[in-house]
Write a protein that binds this ligand. Structure first.
Ligand code: GUN
Length: 299
């Protein structure tokens, strides 16, 4: 690859690796105690199966114990709530993660709010989202937004004063990321525009962006002619498309047309190898934090 192109790429794998290496050492200091993370997964959505396996693998590699409760697609809300209640009261579980999307008959908000805020390492509970909104640092920040924030920091991208356009207002990425980036702190202080499917004038908004975060789940949506020169682009998209030429039978596409946008961008994340590894890393960081918080509550 042309070295000038290579320099533009934000390598999420390597940034994640260095954070994880540090975590391994920090976690080892507590031996024989180990942080514990419990996953809850309902149904067999292939990406969810893949991501929970991946998260468990990384947890094992860095010294975090994990367990998973699997349920059928038609699981009742009561069953899930009972399991969450058990985990809330189990001292060996420091973090609880309900993998999303949940089957549509379940009330997602109700389930997420039933996780004890101290164990809500995904940060989707109303208490933790409220803390994020109020700039109270004692809560957990959702993993993908936290990972994007770390990627920008590690790549020396100046956030303060920048116009950051976020495509997508999801609970998992867009909304909490907007809250994080506009916090009144020197490391944040961005001007954030949160765009969605009903946004008017998207083209001119995108053209005025210093940083674009694409999180709408539309493969190759962002094209080269939609961005200004020197923009920083973070791609959160992960759409699977059938690809008989690929050994796995599918390939993963981002929301950004990488080959086009890299011609204009000063920095850009690839898919895979950009945001994905950071999301998992931030989950590990939150779980370790939950473990330490719970130990200090006991003593
Ligand atoms: N599904 C996609 N991303 C996430 C995530 O960060 N956490 C959970 N629980 N589910 C997801």
């Amino acid at each position: 690859m042309d070295p000038s192109v290579n320099k533009k790429i934000i390598d999420g794998n390597s940034i994640a690796r260095s954070i994880l290496q540090n975590l391994v050492q920090e976690i080892a200091k507590f031996k024989p105690l180990q942080p514990g993370l419990t996953f809850i997964r309902a149904g067999n959505d292939p990406p969810s199966v893949f991501y929970v396996n991946r998260k468990q693998k990384v947890a094992a590699e860095i010294g975090i114990r994990s367990a998973v409760h699997l349920f059928e697609e038609k699981v009742s809300e009561r069953q899930l709530l009972q399991t969450i209640d058990k985990c809330n009261n189990d001292p060996s579980t420091n973090g609880i993660l309900v993998q999303m999307p949940l089957p549509p008959h379940l009330n997602q908000q109700f389930i997420l709010n039933s996780i004890h805020p101290h164990k809500d390492v995904d940060g989707f509970n109303a208490v933790n989202l409220g803390k994020l909104c109020k700039e109270d640092d004692s809560g957990f920040i959702p993993c993908t937004p936290a990972g994007i924030f770390e990627l920008l920091k590690a790549s020396n991208v100046k956030v303060e004063g920048a116009h950051i356009v976020i495509l997508g207002r999801s609970l998992i990425v867009g909304k909490p990321l907007a809250l994080l980036l506009c916090q009144n702190k020197p490391s944040a202080n961005a001007t954030v525009t949160l765009c969605h499917s009903k946004t008017h004038g998207l083209e001119s908004i995108l053209k005025s962006a210093d940083i674009i975060v694409a999180a709408i789940g539309k493969a190759l949506f962002l094209k080269g002619n939609m961005v200004k020169d020197n923009v920083v682009v973070i791609d959160v998209g992960i759409t699977r498309v059938n690809d008989p030429a690929h050994p796995k039978g599918y390939s993963i596409l981002g929301d950004v047309d990488f080959n086009q946008v890299i011609q204009h961008a000063s920095k850009i994340t690839p898919v895979p190898g950009g945001v994905g590894p950071m999301t998992i890393t931030m989950l590990m960081k939150n779980t370790f934090q939950a473990f330490k918080n719970q130990l200090s509550l006991k003593s």
